[in-house]
Design a protein around this ligand. Structure first.
Ligand code: ADP
Length: 549
């Protein structure tokens, strides 16, 4: 802008100067021409009223040097000329001023030299005897005047261009500087009143853009945050399969640190997935299963109207595992229920058919009673597990004292412990160990742990129950001096229906669900269960509750 203003100003000044020069030349020339004409007319007027013979004598006597005098007869013959011999001149009948003077009383004209550098003005008057007296003066023409003025004008124009360029530079700097200093972020003070509406408009626009930009960024941040915190992998693919965006979960699934810009088909090469991806880009929805790094994903391929596709990866590993466990559990339940029922129906059948001797009948009935009790215990445990699965127990949480519940559980199992020759001791009796828990589930947890500690013990063995509280975490421990658990079974004893020694478990009325129930109850209370055991020495189960807030 600075350069343009300088150039324009310089050109304007130069054009002005040229125009002024031309106008001056014209005015000057016009003035000069008028003077010459007046001069010619005044000199001719001196001889206008005398006959041609006397006029020639008078003119010769005045010896004119600044002007040319000619006397021409009415037929055009040159009778006298003050500068050249009249005889050498041709007829002047065709000259404009002569013809005018012949028809009117005077005539005048102007003629240029062949180079246009000079011009001659003529003035002619008719004398009383009909001859024509003509005065003429040659001077520089307007063109010669221009030619003369040109070098001077050019020099001045160049100087003016230079000066105006420099001045325009300073001027524009002075005008522009305050504009450059205007700060649009705060309260802008317009340097010129004329700029006030313009600056206001810029500010309004600026505020609008900032607001839109902030809203846009917030929106993008929200979408990014949602995408990155999603457990599901999400990939946005462009029309040609190029990955436009992929969230953290998707990058984790593909084991890639960076996916943007890559083609989705580089990351998913399995033929059905490639086909579904192409299908989605062509506008067709699809779903498929995919396996990556030992995990199973359910993939949704959804087209995005003409712009590409969205691929959503749902990790179904856990739900599939849960489904498998549920299936196995159902099969196990059927099997576990079938065994005592088969025994019961077998014994009953034999009794009905009179196949049992009278002396043995009581034994058979006792077996039926024991198997029924086992069946009942099994059903109760299954129902409890189902209840725990449904997490219904959560609603009945309250502040309970672990030591109190443990003492009650130990008391209710006292008879069984005595029968097994095992002594049960609750340490820290009288002390309180409060936790937020479901009371009946806690009683169930103690009952199961104590029951195991008694069952898998030896005569004369001990069971010790104690509590601790460290860093806000309450823990309970059930330690026995029993048979212990082999190392390879320690992790599996918490599985449903898993028993180390089937016959011993069955013989003692075990269902194989006790520890599964314990683990479930602990999970509901956000407690962790750990098991330590030494074969032949004993087992210790530790339940640690989460820190109280
Ligand atoms: P069960 O009803 O058979 O006792 P559990 O789920 O309570 O079922 O226990 C699973 C298996 O773990 C038991 O069959 C038993 O072999 C073993 N077990 C549990 N507790 C103890 C313990 N205190 N000492 C030794 N073995 C144990």
């Amino acid at each position: 802008m600075h350069k343009r203003i300088c150039l324009n100003m310089a050109l304007l000044a130069a054009a002005g100067l040229v125009l002024v020069s031309v106008a001056l030349c014209l005015v000057f020339y016009h003035q000069f021409s008028a003077t010459v004409r007046a001069d010619l007319k005044a000199r001719a007027a001196l001889f206008q009223d005398i006959p041609s013979g006397q006029a020639i004598a008078a003119i010769s006597a005045s010896n004119p040097v600044d002007m040319r005098f000619s006397l021409i007869a009415a037929d055009g013959t040159v009778l006298y000329d003050s500068t050249v011999s009249a005889r050498s001149l041709p007829s002047h009948a065709d000259r404009v001023e002569i013809r005018q003077a012949l028809s009117a009383d005077f005539g005048e004209s102007k003629r240029y030299s062949s180079t246009l550098r000079e011009e001659t003005c003529y003035y002619a008057v008719r004398l009383p005897d009909g001859a024509i007296l003509r005065t003429a003066k040659t001077s520089s023409s307007i063109f010669a005047l221009f030619e003369c003025a040109l070098p001077v004008v050019a020099a001045v124009v160049l100087a003016v261009i230079g000066i105006s360029y420099a001045l325009a530079g300073r001027l524009t700097r002075r005008i522009v500087e305050p504009i450059n200093r205007v700060r649009l972020d705060g309260e802008a003070i317009p340097p010129y009143d004329e700029l006030a509406p313009f600056i206001r408009a810029i500010q309004v626009q600026r505020e609008r853009i900032t607001a839109q930009f902030t809203a846009l960024r917030e929106q993008t941040d929200t979408i990014r945050a949602i995408m990155d915190n999603m457990n599901e992998g999400a990939v946005l693919v462009g029309a040609r399969g190029r990955i436009l965006s992929a969230n953290k979960s998707a990058l984790r699934i593909f084991g890639s640190g960076h996916a943007q810009g890559k083609n989705i088909l580089e990351l998913m090469r399995d033929p059905p997935l490639v086909e579904h991806t192409r299908g989605a880009l062509a506008g067709r929805r699809a779903e498929a299963e995919m396996e990556r790094q030992g995990r199973v994903y359910h993939v949704y391929f959804s087209p995005v109207a003409g712009r590409g596709a969205v691929l959503l990866f749902l990790d179904t590993t856990e739900s599939r595992k849960a489904e498998r466990l549920r299936r196995e559990f159902s099969a196990n339940v059927s099997h576990e229920l079938k065994t005592p029922l088969t025994s019961i129906s077998g014994y009953a059948e034999m009794l009905v058919n009179g196949m049992v001797r009278e002396a043995d009948q009581a034994g058979f009935l006792a077996k039926i009673r024991d198997e029924s009790a086992r069946l009942l215990a099994l059903i109760e445990d299954i129902l409890l597990l189902a209840r725990l699965d449904a997490e219904k127990a959560k609603s009945a949480f309250s502040e309970v004292d672990l030591a109190e519940i443990a003492t009650e559980a130990a008391a209710s199992l006292a008879a069984r412990a005595a029968a097994a020759g095992v002594s049960v001791r609750v340490r820290d009796k009288g002390k309180k160990f409060p936790v937020r828990a479901n009371r009946s589930l806690m009683a169930e947890l103690f009952a199961n742990l104590l029951d195991n500690a008694i069952k898998y013990n030896r005569p004369g063995g001990t069971v010790e129950l104690d509590f601790s509280r460290e860093e806000g975490r309450t823990a309970l421990s059930v330690r026995d001096s029993g048979i212990g658990i082999p190392p390879e079974d320690r992790d599996r004893v918490f599985e449903r229906f898993y028993r180390v020694d089937r016959s011993r478990s069955k013989a003692t009325g075990g269902t194989g669900l006790g520890l599964a129930i314990v683990k479930h109850i602990a999970l509901l209370h956000q407690a962790e269960v750990t098991l330590e055991s030494r074969e032949g020495e004993g087992t210790r189960v530790l339940v640690r509750f989460a820190a109280e807030r």
